[in-house]
Structures are given as C-alpha cells and as structure tokens.
Design a protein around this ligand. Sequence first.
Ligand code: PLP
Ligand SMILES: N[C@@H](CCOP(=O)(O)O)C(=O)O
Length: 557
Amino acid sequence: MASHTDSQRYLSTRGGSYDFSFEDAVLKGLASDGGLFIPEEMPSLPSDWQTKWRNLSFQALAFEIFSLYISPAEIPSNDLKDIVNRSYATFRADDVTPVITLDKEKNLHLLELFHGPTFAFKDVALQFLGNLFEYFLTRRNHGKTGKDREHLTVVGATSGDTGSAAIYGLRGKKDVSVFIMHPKGKVSPVQEAQMTTVLDPNVHNLAVDGTFDDCQDFVKALFADPDINSTHRLAAVNSINWARILAQISYYFASYFSLVKSVSSSESHPVVRFVVPTGNFGDILAGYFAKRMGLPIEKLVIATNENDILHRFWRTGHYEKKPVHGREATGGIEEDGVKAHEDGVKETLSPAMDILVSSNFERLLWYLAYDTYGTGSVSEKRKTAGQKVQGWLEQLKSEGGFGVESSVLEGAKRDFASERVSDKQTIDTIQLMYEATSGPQHITSGSVRTNGTLHEGHYILDPHSAIGVAAALRSAAQTGGARTHHIALSTAHPAKFANAVELALKTQPGFKFETLLPEQFVGLEKMERRCTVVKSGAGMADVRDIVRREVEQEKSH
Ligand SMILES: Cc1ncc(COP(=O)(O)O)c(C=O)c1O
Ligand SMILES: N[C@@H](CCOP(=O)(O)O)C(=O)O
C-alpha cells in the first residue's frame, strides 16, 4: 500500500507504458498502447479517516483525497491546496456538492452536482483539470519564450456537458488550445449555445455530422496518430484522463459524511447505495475507487437510459454493441416492456448519456481481470490483467462485442447493480418527484437553493438525474426501502434540457419553463457563435487538418 508521501505511479490498462508519474498521466491522457491510466496502488485511507475527515470542508476533504494519489514531491502541498481552492471557488454552493433529502421515508437523497459554472457535474473535475494543466505548463515554461514554450492541444468529445465544462475550465488559459467535438444537432440547444458562444481565441468547437461515439473515436484516433503527435502535444479532457476520475472521488466521501451527520445516532454506520446515471462510466468509476479505498458503499447502482450496453453486460456477461437475442433474459424485451434498440446509438431524452461504448468500462475490466485471474507476483498479476483487457477490447473492435466468464461477472455483481430506465420512465419520474415534493418541508437536509430546481416548492429533476432517481426507487423497493439509504447523483440542472422537462411538466398548473432559467442562460441563444462543421464522411485526417490549421491561426494572432 502506498503511504501519504510515496510517489504514486501509473500504469496502462493494456499492459504497456508503466511507471508514469501523475503529471505524465495527466498530460498524456491516454497511454501510447491505447490503454487508460490507472494508479499502481489503491491507496489506503488513514486509520482515523472517519473522525479526521468528518467535519472537513469539501475543499479540505478533496485535498486529503488527492494527496493519497499525488505526492508532495510532484505538487507541493500548498500548491495543491491553492489549485483545489481556486477550482471550487467558482461554485455557487458553499458546500460545493450539497445533499438534499427527496423522500425521508424511503431514505432517498440527491447529491446535487450542478452548482459549478456550466451547471453540470463535469465542472467538479474540469475546473480542477483546467487549473492542473495551467500549473504544469507554468512550471514547465518558466523562463522560456517563443517556440521553446510547451503548448497543449486539448482534444475532447462531448455529448453536451464535458464540452462546455472543459471550455469554461480552459478558456483564456495560456499555452493551451482546446478543441471540442460534439455530435451536430444532437446536444440540447442550451448545451450547444454554452459551448459555441465562447469566443476566446483558444477555444475551438467542431460540430461532427455523426454521433458522440464518432467524436470519441476521432479523439482516440488522434491520440494514436504519430503524425499529429510529432507536431502537437495532445491532451485529454474526457474521463479517459485519470485526473477526471480522481476529482470525482471527493463527492462520494463528502456526501457520505453529509449523510452520516444527518441520520440519527442509532445509524452511525448507515447502509449506503449510490445510484449513478451512467454513460461513459467515469462518474460511477470514481465511486468504485472510493469503495475500493474503503468508503463503506454497499452497492453502486448503474442507471442507464435506453442505450443500455452496460445494463446488458450486468444481466448477461456480454458486452455487445448490438443486443444479441437469446442472451437477454427476456429475449430482447426488457421487463419494462421497452424493446432494446437494434443498431447504433439511440437518441433519447437524456442526450448526454447517448453513448454506445463507455470508455471507462475498460478501467473496471482491468480490476475485474486482476481480481479474477491474477496469480503470482503483483507484476505478473498486472501483466495478466493487461493481456485480458487487450484481448476483450480487440474482440470488441473486430466482432462488436465480447463475453466474460461467470467468475468475472460475479466480481462485477459484487460491487454493482444495474437498472435501465426508458424515456417514458424518465418523464414519469420528473412528474412524480415534482408532485411528491409539494413544499420545501419535504427537503429536509442539506441546503436548499433557489437556483431554479424548485418551482413553488416542487423539485424539478433534469432527465439524467431522473434516471438516477427512477433507478434508486427501484433499488429501494428491492432492498426493502428504509433500511438502506440511496444517494442518487444529480448530474445536471434541469434548465439545460427544456425538451424533457417541458414534456414532463407542461400540464402542471402554473409551471413555466422560463422560471427555471438561471441568469447565465438568459439571452444565450442570441449571442454570437463560432463553430467549424466536420462533414459526414470526414476521417481523422480531416479533423487533424482542422486542428493544425486552427492552432496555426490562433498562434499567429
Ligand atoms: C448530465 C449527465 N449525466 C450523466 C452522464 C453520465 O456520466 P458518465 O459518462 O461519467 O457515466 C453525463 C455524461 O457523461 C452527463 O452529462
Ligand atoms: N456525457 C458526456 C460524454 C463524455 O464523457 P466524459 O465524461 O468521458 O467526458 C458529455 O456530456 O460530454
């Protein structure tokens, strides 16, 4: 086990690229063998963490957690504290990620993660990552001028939220250009406006004629391309970047402490399930790290929309882009009566989760392989895990899917459960929660904010958060409700998703969507925009040309 001051090293999930420092892992983003970085050691918590950390502020808690992964030799403690404090000073909530109680009888709580600059959970990690990039570059470029200065070309893919959070985390930062690809016409109007109205010269939006997965494939292809890598230093802002996962671990601990402090003394060790609306598997993976580190989480519940590759994996042990009939317990028809879609990604009312292949699932696969197949020394176990992951991902690429042995699936089920929530159930849940919360008295712990999520005392969920709440209610029914606390992660503000919210609430007396709009969104749609279109049929080389051209133009100004 690593201690507080050891230098944590990072390895690749595909077996290669060992022995990177935190700085290398953050600046490289993706390992050169195509794998994702994970820490060599799962750090152990201090023996007195429950008492020592219980009353810390969010910032102080984040600092303690980050210090288990980043040695002071890499980032001196005072510098790390300063980075953390600056990252969360931009949040509108003093406690950064408050917890509220939606249903006291059912012990259903909501972890509000949308109080950052772009009103989505991504801000928690991307404010931090933006400041980290700046810190490393300032240090590397000290005393350098002109061409000697290191310049980062950040490339990211978004289904709507990562893009604006990355742009807000990096706009105007010296020595950084940021390129964000979004699927054209498939993000919400507010999300599109949030990204494309940022006119700082270092911000470049690309609208790709395709899906989020096409954007994510372009990002991975650019990282694998020797040509662009010989001229540009690429960096990642998606959750393939380890720092994204690390930053998200904090709120699992913070919300656990909020809960412990709010429950009665007879429940000093409450049974807790976290329910996470899931797409790229980054958010829930941070919960998995928290659990492996020692946070007492009974289960992590994956909540998918109708793009349900992960839910099908937990049901069948097969990770397949297309559902394979006969493998589904119900022959392709889920128990909720919704037929699994046949091809590609489906456009749903929760667009930020319209993802076919979840990039961070690879990190979990590595741990499952390590725990299931590892024998011999630690390095032999790591090697075997890397080989297994490599084999599964090759199969995913060549055959569109792979299956795992039952022992691997059992390992996955030990820590996770899964639920799939249809569009109809999403709408029903927004309605249900609106009607069930008829006044602020229903929200009994944490700080209730007048940030637009309440309308005359009724709580308004965004569609992604509604998926988490729907899954939490099902899980509560299965676990016998009250004994288990469910903390559902609320990942975005409802004002970002007019379509679903209006659909759900248009018949509610007196409801007007405009009243939800935070002042930051008012008039956004009329502002000047800048965006380059990547036409259908374009390849990685076309995107590479755009990146080269726009970086050149930016530098010449
Ligand atoms: C609002 C919202 N909820 C949930 C998710 C899913 O999170 P993850 O991709 O980390 O699984 C995303 C994006 O991915 C999102 O933007
Ligand atoms: N839902 C995300 C998709 C990208 O996920 P990431 O967490 O890997 O950046 C988005 O909103 O862009």
